[in-house]
Design a binder for this molecule. Structure first.
Ligand SMILES: [Ca+2]
Ligand SMILES: [Ca+2]
Ligand SMILES: [Ca+2]
Ligand SMILES: [Ca+2]
Length: 386
């Protein structure tokens, strides 16, 4: 199992974090599903005729640049004309050499086996997250479909997650049954980068005492050294029946304390003043660069928000920039309004580190993976090391 994670470490990021979590290091993989936006890349070496009844099929390639680690991949069959799509077997190979069968032919009991020759894929998006299976579609299958099926397993495209997406991707389309023929006229990939690594608190949940300005503190250990270039605070889960009651401040290992959210109830100038009593922060990413202010959010405030407001510094999280991320961070949450109560269930930090420290280099892949190796791998990932 760990060997597989090491492949992830080599690939860059996500595997290292999974491995770290597996051995008890407080590191999270990813974060809220709202992470990044998809970028589309389309083939330019088409059209390509698909030879009839030939397992070799045809290859078409496209090149991806500027993505980094893959967080999600959808395959777009823009235009695949074929008289009998159940004849087709389709595989995708990543730049790292991972080949995944997306669709098996009817002779392989694939997802369209037994159907009486539906024709063509036009604007067909193969997406693990779609609720509709391809078999339930209507030709030419325009729309989004999942490929989960006994012939290819569950969410086959998820096998690319965590790999480096930059480089040449190859789609292989073969026709495995006689007579009907067709042509691959266009395909593409919609790729979402993996969210940056995060470090999670381990001493939660903690109940937040009602109407008590002392509040509670939760700590979080970051085991990696490096100069902070940007920091996001993620309120993964704060359940509370009136988050406008709450005051949040974050203290760095160096002792810098920054108020991020002031209470709107019982404390002056809270950002949620006049918003009533919204419930919960779920997957709320406080980021200086977010384009939407928290005041314009809707409970449970999932996604990225900036928290600029009266009596809060502009770009408040940037006050930690330049500090070493390593050490104990402390989040203090207090409730300044009577009655409504709640619990700090989970929070995390997403630092981006300056590439000033040298990369730790490759390490010995033989034997058991040590905590030190994992910490090095996570540090490398945060500094953008290969
Ligand atoms: Ca998807
Ligand atoms: Ca055929
Ligand atoms: Ca940020
Ligand atoms: Ca309260």
């Amino acid at each position: 199992m760990i060997d597989g994670y090491l492949a992830g470490i080599r690939a860059g990021i996500r595997g290292a974090l999974v491995a770290a979590a597996a051995v008890g290091l407080a590191v999270l993989v990813g974060g809220p599903a709202t992470a990044g936006e998809a970028s589309e890349f389309h083939s330019s070496d088409v059209p390509k005729a698909i030879p009839d009844n030939d397992v070799n099929g045809v290859n078409s390639t496209l090149t991806v640049q500027g993505l980094g680690a893959v967080g999600d991949v959808d395959v777009i069959l823009d235009d695949l004309m074929h008289g009998c799509t159940p004849d087709l077997h389709i595989e995708l190979t990543s730049p790292g050499g991972t080949t995944v069968t997306l669709i098996n032919s009817s002779l392989e009991n694939g997802i369209l086996a037994g159907l009486s020759c539906p024709a063509n894929f036009i604007g067909t998006v193969l997406d693990d997250e779609s609720p509709m299976g391809l078999r339930d579609g209507v030709p030419p299958y325009t729309g989004r479909f999942t490929l989960t099926h006994e012939s290819v397993g569950v969410r086959p495209l998820s096998r690319f997650i965590g790999e480096n997406g930059d480089g040449v991707w190859t789609l292989n389309v073969s026709d495995r049954n006689a007579d009907d023929i067709g042509t691959l006229n266009g395909w593409g990939l919609a790729l979402v980068p993996a969210p940056p690594p995060a470090f999670a608190s381990a001493d939660v949940p903690k109940d937040i005492p009602d109407y008590d300005s002392a509040g509670i503190s939760s700590t979080l250990e970051v085991p990696v050294s490096g100069s902070i270039e940007d920091l996001d605070l993620v309120l993964d889960n704060v359940s509370h029946t009136c988050v406008a009651d709450l005051h949040f401040e974050l203290r760095s290992p160096a002792g810098t304390t920054v108020v991020l959210i002031r209470s709107a109830n019982g404390e002056a100038d809270g950002i949620l003043e006049g918003k009533g009593c919204p419930d919960n922060f779920i997957g709320t990413v406080l980021s200086d660069q977010a384009t939407v202010n928290l005041v314009d959010g809707i409970a449970p405030y999932t996604g990225p928000y900036n928290v600029e407001h009266t009596r809060i510094d502009p770009m408040p999280l940037s006050r930690f920039n330049g500090e070493n991320v390593r050490g104990t961070w402390r989040l203090t949450v207090s409730d300044h309004g009577a009655d409504d109560t709640g619990t700090l269930n989970a929070w995390s930090l997403r630092p981006r580190l300056a590439p000033s420290l040298p990369c730790d280099g490759d390490f010995d892949h033989s034997g058991a993976v040590t905590i030190d190796e994992l910490i090095k791998a996570v540090g490398n990932a945060l500094r953008g090391c290969p």
